[in-house]
Design a protein around this ligand. Structure first.
Ligand code: FUL
Length: 494
């Protein structure tokens, strides 16, 4: 054998030992080659990874919405656009209180309705007189966005804007080029006057303008503008980076793929693809292997669960007694953050401009529950054994368990422990892969399956009846490629 051949052989061997089969990744999306087989499609889908901005967003886990506008003063959910700016007068408005309360509740970003469907702008925009500048609040010299932005700065909180595309006040709405220009001027103000913006939220609700006309939005131009002015901001819902989970109840899917066949955003190309597949954000299945069969491409398009702490999105005095309890919020946490999504919890200030005591009480209860949940990982320090145990997950997220052949990890908890919640995480910087897993516990010399699941993704939390076990076994029963499990933890919750 020639020396050259030997070197090549050595390099090939080295590459296969180092797991270089995984070396190819696709950021944001991948287009499948013509007529690939299913194995190829699954392997490619398993290697779609998030953009850096999407990964940072996912790690926030809990984010907050602030719905606030003239509706807060008129007891409405959707304003007509004909409201007088004179109505807007939150005499005790304290954005510092909002951010302090939300930060203490564990929220990592605040997104505010800079403009809701009624068209009233919470900042002194140059694009219309329908804004705080025409209101009695602070004699027309106030700026809610500035106050919120400054408070976020003080608390190290990320900041996002909701700018409703649908505008029931703007005269030019429905004159498509004119309104697109108007909307992009508003976006430009919001994205250049206030420093860093981390999320831009495009509502999908869409109706007529004051002139009775419908608008054609130039989504691509909006996205391009955002990429130019705030390259690190994620765009949500009608945006390209973050997907609406499909309900406003606080409950995500049990099987939640961040790699979807649903094409993101509102561009004509995406619309054409989704018309062909018949998929919408509300479809039950967005990413299973069955769907991959006919798909031409897949996208990293993770879910956001938006839900209000009250029945309405805006504050209504009549709903002060209907604030969700800490128990309900805890359940929502498990069903959103615990199902591979980011929670976007709406906490609307009242007509004084303050978050009410009832909301604060529930948020405090939620935070206490979360802190108690994560207080003690019963697997931390547990002794893994069996094949592949040397690189088994240790519960502190610093290593990742990537079994090639035998997808089973076994542990002996450091103490025989009682638990009722399991947490699993995949290292999504290397894609989302797991399709099926189960957890077994050895108790009184008998192995029982205590939890089963499908997808994991960034985070999966499962609650089950409490059990005391001597040994634990995690099995990845099906995965699109080598799974990279970064966390396996067991907790006890009241
Ligand atoms: C919906 C809107 O119509 C609601 O008023 C609210 O803003 C919610 C978050 O999105 O589409």
């Amino acid at each position: 054998m020639s020396r050259k051949l030997l070197i090549i052989l050595f390099l090939v061997l080295l590459a296969s030992c180092r797991g270089d089969r995984d070396a190819q990744y696709y950021t944001g999306m991948v287009k499948f080659p013509v007529k690939p087989n299913m194995g190829v499609k699954e392997a490619m889908a398993a290697r779609v990874i998030p953009h850096a901005r999407q990964l940072e967003w996912q790690k926030l886990e809990m984010t907050a919405f602030i719905h606030f506008t003239v509706n807060t003063f008129t007891d409405m959910e959707w304003g007509t656009g004909k409201e007088s700016p004179g109505l807007f007068n939150p005499v005790a408005l304290d954005a510092d209180q909002w951010v302090r309360v939300l930060s203490e509740a564990g929220m990592k970003m605040v997104i505010i309705t800079a403009k809701h469907h009624d068209g009233f702008c919470l900042w002194p925009t140059k694009t219309t007189a329908h804004s705080v500048a025409s209101s009695p609040w602070k004699d027309g010299r106030g700026d809610v966005i500035r106050e919120l932005r400054d408070a976020c700065e003080r608390y190290g909180m990320n900041f996002g804007v909701y700018l409703s595309p649908w505008d029931r006040n703007a005269e030019c709405y429905g004159d498509s080029p004119a309104y697109n220009k108007f909307y992009m001027e508003q976006l430009t103000e919001l994205l250049t006057w206030y420093g860093k913006v981390d999320e831009v939220w495009f509502d999908g609700a869409n109706g007529e303008g004051p002139n009775g006309r419908r608008q054609e939005y130039d989504w691509q131009a909006y996205y391009d503008l955002i990429r130019e002015l705030q390259p690190e901001a994620v765009t949500a819902i009608m945006g390209e980076d973050v997907r609406w989970v499909g309900t406003e109840t606080g409950y995500g899917r049990e099987t939640e793929w961040s790699v979807t066949v649903l094409a993101p955003g509102g561009s004509p190309e995406s619309r054409a693809i989704n018309e062909k597949t018949g998929l919408t954000a509300m479809s039950e299945d967005l990413g299973s292997s069955t769907l991959l069969q006919d798909a031409g491409s897949v996208y990293w398009y993770p879910a956001e669960v938006d839900v209000s702490i009250r029945p309405g999105w805006f504050w209504h005095a009549s709903q002060d007694s209907l604030v969700k309890s800490p128990e309900t919020l805890a359940d929502i946490y498990l069903s959103s953050v615990g199902r591979n999504a980011v929670l976007l919890l709406n906490v609307p200030p009242d007509n004084r401009g303050l978050i009410t005591d009832n909301d604060i009480e529930s948020l405090t209860g939620l935070k206490a529950w979360i802190d108690a949940l994560y207080d003690h990982d019963l697997l931390n320090g547990a002794r893994p054994y069996g094949r592949g145990a040397s690189n088994a997950i240790d519960g502190n997220n610093s290593t990742s368990w990537s079994p090639r052949h035998k997808r089973i990890a076994s542990f002996v908890p450091s103490i025989p422990a009682t638990f009722n919640v399991a947490m699993l995480q995949e290292d999504i910087s290397r894609g989302q892969r797991v399709e099926k897993f189960f957890i077994e516990a050895l108790s009184e010399q008998k192995w029982d399956t205590i939890a089963t699941g499908t997808t994991i993704g960034y985070k999966r939390l499962l609650r089950f009846p409490e059990i005391k076990a001597d040994e634990i076994r995690l099995t990845i029963a099906s995965s699109r490629a080598t799974p990279h499990i970064s966390t396996f933890a067991l907790y006890y919750t009241e």
